[in-house]
Design a binder for this molecule. Structure first.
Ligand SMILES: O=C(CO)COP(=O)(O)O
Length: 148
């Protein structure tokens, strides 16, 4: 990854106040990067915090899956996702898909304020970082039977 990262910012509704407060604290650091948000989170980061954010669809309307698509196609470096551990989400499968595909592609994920604090204070946050690419050759070349 380059020094200037492509960072997704996402928060479930109950976590949005925490995300806005966190982004306000770290606004100067975040401004150095390309920011992408799910619709509502991104809109609030722009209007409440004053950050420039590319807004995708709202999470439950496909925004989480759009982020997954970016990850699969090498369009995202980092995910900061304050997901809500106490509230059921109608799009729980999309949330799981986003978290899973981040793990598949070795994308750094911060899922709460403490881990996000570690991210912004990491020496790699504003420096190039060589991401280890998982090797899925064995999966791609695995033997599968085409007929029964
Ligand atoms: O639901 C979300 C993530 O799963 C976030 O979506 P919004 O930012 O549109 O509220």
């Amino acid at each position: 990854m380059d020094a200037r990262k492509r960072i997704a910012l996402v928060a479930h509704d109950e976590m949005k106040p925490k995300m806005m407060a966190w982004a306000t604290t770290h606004k100067a650091e975040l401004e150095k990067h390309e920011l992408i948000g799910t619709g509502t989170t991104g809109g609030l980061l722009a209007s409440e915090v004053g950050l420039e954010v590319t807004c995708l669809k709202s999470g439950p309307l496909g925004g989480d899956l759009e982020l997954g698509n970016l990850i699969v196609n090498d369009g995202l470096d980092m995910l900061i996702f304050f997901w809500d551990p106490m509230t059921a989400q109608p799009h729980d499968v999309d949330v799981k898909a986003l978290l899973r595909i981040s793990a598949v592609h070795n994308i750094p994920i911060a899922c709460n304020q403490a881990s996000a604090d570690f991210f912004v204070t990491s020496r790699w946050f504003s420096a190039p970082y060589e991401t280890a690419q998982p090797d899925y050759t064995a999966h791609i070349n695995r033997a599968v039977q085409a007929d029964t």
